[in-house]
Design a protein around this ligand. Structure first.
Ligand code: RAM
Length: 547
């Protein structure tokens, strides 16, 4: 706590040296304290492996590899590891936590250290793709391979690194004259998710039940002392992930203290101009990724707070953080030129939206901003603070009118974006969610891009979330159910036991980081079937398809 206050003071001093007080200077300490007081306890469970497996090549399997059974644990524990030298162990499902094993059954006194390489994998191909030379765009150290030297034996070895995995490969790198067995593997899984989500109706379609279960597992593993984006990588709080995780949490675990913590943490760590960082870290002390701002994420903060207030009735938190929402909206408004978001204005903040380089983000951004201001105004109404932001409804209606002028091709009935008039799914989606298009216009626009093979389609579960929401908004319930079942069910059919950061059914190797093993295969923003299935019970649990 003292270090946190020092951080806030340092920020204040740095800014006052430049003559002005930092925004929210007098609130930050309280917000950090609120964040700290809402750190949830982690629940631990001891898990044991289910058996040994072997990798086999299979062009029909996800990324070309699948696992087949290769014996029970006794066939490992009861035998010489020096002879075997390598094994892959399956824990039966994806989990997050701490791994340990024993070295025992020595044939003679240990006269030298042993050395192992342990590689933890979320999906089979991670164990079958050489990591080096490493071509990835993110740190090589995210990959979960560790070299462990064991100085004495017998011994219990616990890795200090938290890992997220289903399979672990153990290779013997160095040994001596004595023989030994690797035994007693166990895993201390950790999550802050607590409580039992409501069971689905007994009439629920088995596919929907399965997708819901995988979504819950994904969410629970991402729920640690913040809503992490992925327990393998990047293990931190991002606003966009928080928004979707908190929605799913509302319809499942209802651990609202975690949402409260994350909202306060982000507010306390805003920059000196009061602008939110898109992502923050907890360790070694709470701090932001300085300079990392995403305009779409900043605006979604207010929407998250609005949803949080609706779910909890916690007015005190909403009151406290309301000024942060106002600051984000008013800052975004400085980007408007003739009621349209100016993509040229500097600094040009990162606009996330999707893992799709070719997506023109102009129409999506215009729509998202309109949506966010409207939702933030709803928040103002709940708090009785409309008079503070009395100009917002007018901004919203002017933006909608401008959107229809600039982005809507009335004749074709479709939203276009950018100089090449790109037709993207997300362009339609955000103009629907903002209410710029009526449900009828929205349905027509969506059907136009769905039928267009050249339209820019979503590349991540994050973007797919908003597509499903937009379909429901337009009353395209059958289409929403079919898409959700095909997309998330597609991952399930390929063996996912948690949902992936990136999934493009046409390209299983797609990676925003130029190396698919560093993708996250248990990813926060992919858990939202939990939200859809439980919120729209009339749309989802009817019998449809079977995997
Ligand atoms: C990556 C993560 C995260 C996302 C950001 C924008 O680091 O996948 O989920 O929110 O990018």
């Amino acid at each position: 706590m003292i270090r946190q206050s020092l951080w806030a003071m340092a920020l204040l001093v740095a800014t006052t040296a430049g003559a002005q007080r930092a925004w929210f200077a007098s609130e930050r300490d309280t917000w950090l304290r609120e964040a700290a007081e809402n750190i949830p306890p982690l629940t631990e469970r001891i898990e044991t492996p289910v058996g040994l497996v072997e990798s086999v090549r299979d062009t029909g399997a996800f990324q070309g590899w699948r696992m087949i059974p290769a014996g029970d644990m006794d066939s490992l524990y009861g035998h010489s590891f020096k002879e075997r030298k390598e094994v892959i162990v399956d824990f039966g499902r994806h989990m997050t936590g701490y791994f340990s094993f024993d070295i025992g059954r020595l044939s003679a006194d240990a006269d030298a250290p042993l050395r192992f390489r342990l590689t933890f994998a979320e999906v089979p191909a991670e164990l079958n793709t050489p990591f080096d030379p490493y071509p990835g765009g993110l740190s090589r150290a995210w990959l979960q391979d560790e070299v462990v030297t064991v100085m004495d034996a017998p011994a219990t070895v616990e890795l200090s690194r938290r890992v997220a995995f289903r399979y672990v490969k153990i290779e013997l790198l160095a040994w001596s004259s004595f023989d030994f067995a690797v035994t007693g593997m166990r895993f201390r899984s950790v999550t802050s998710a607590s409580g039992e989500p409501k069971p689905l109706a007994s009439t629920a379609d088995p596919t929907i039940v399965r997708i819901n279960r995988i979504g819950l597992a994904t969410l629970a593993e991402c729920m640690q002392t913040v809503y992490e984006d992925g327990p393998k990588r990047d293990r931190r709080l991002w606003i966009g992930d928080l928004y979707l995780e908190s929605l799913a949490n509302t319809y499942s675990f209802r651990n609202h203290g975690l949402t409260r913590r994350c909202l306060y943490l982000l507010a306390a760590l805003a920059d000196e101009e009061g602008l939110l960082h898109a992502t923050v870290f907890e360790y070694p002390e709470p701090h932001p990724q300085t300079g990392q701002h995403c305009m779409d994420y900043s605006l979604l903060y207010g929407v998250t707070l609005y949803e949080y207030l609706n779910a909890t009735g916690d007015r005190a938190t909403a009151e406290a953080l309301w000024p942060v929402v106002v600051r984000q909206v008013e800052h975004a408004m400085t980007y408007l030129r003739d009621d349209v978001y100016d993509m040229e204005k500097q600094p040009a903040w990162w606009l996330v939206f999707d893992w799709k380089d070719d997506l023109n983000r102009h129409a999506p951004m215009q729509g998202l901003m309109t949506f966010a201001i409207e939702q933030s105004y709803e928040l103002a109404k709940l708090l009785g603070r409309e008079s503070e932001v009395a100009g917002w409804p007018r901004v919203v209606s002017r933006m909608k009118a401008a959107s229809r002028r600039v982005f809507y091709d009335r004749r074709e009935g479709v939203v276009v974006s950018g100089p090449d008039r790109q037709r993207s799914y997300l362009g339609q989606v955000w103009m629907i969610l903002s209410g710029t298009l009526s449900p009828r216009e929205g349905e027509r626009a969506l059907r136009t891009v769905l039928a267009d093979p050249d339209a820019c389609y979503p590349g991540s579960p994050y973007a797919y979330h908003y597509l499903i929401e937009a379909m429901i908004r337009c009353g395209m319930n059958d289409e929403a159910r079919r898409r959700l079942t095909e997309y998330w069910g597609g991952m399930a059919a390929l063996g996912a036991d948690t949902f992936w950061e990136v999934y493009d059914p046409t390209d299983h190797f797609k990676s925003p980081y130029n190396f698919f093993p560093v993708n996250s295969y248990c990813h926060a923003w992919s858990c939202t079937p939990v939200y859809f299935i439980n919120k729209y019970a009339d749309i989802f649990p009817v019998s449809y398809t079977h995997l």
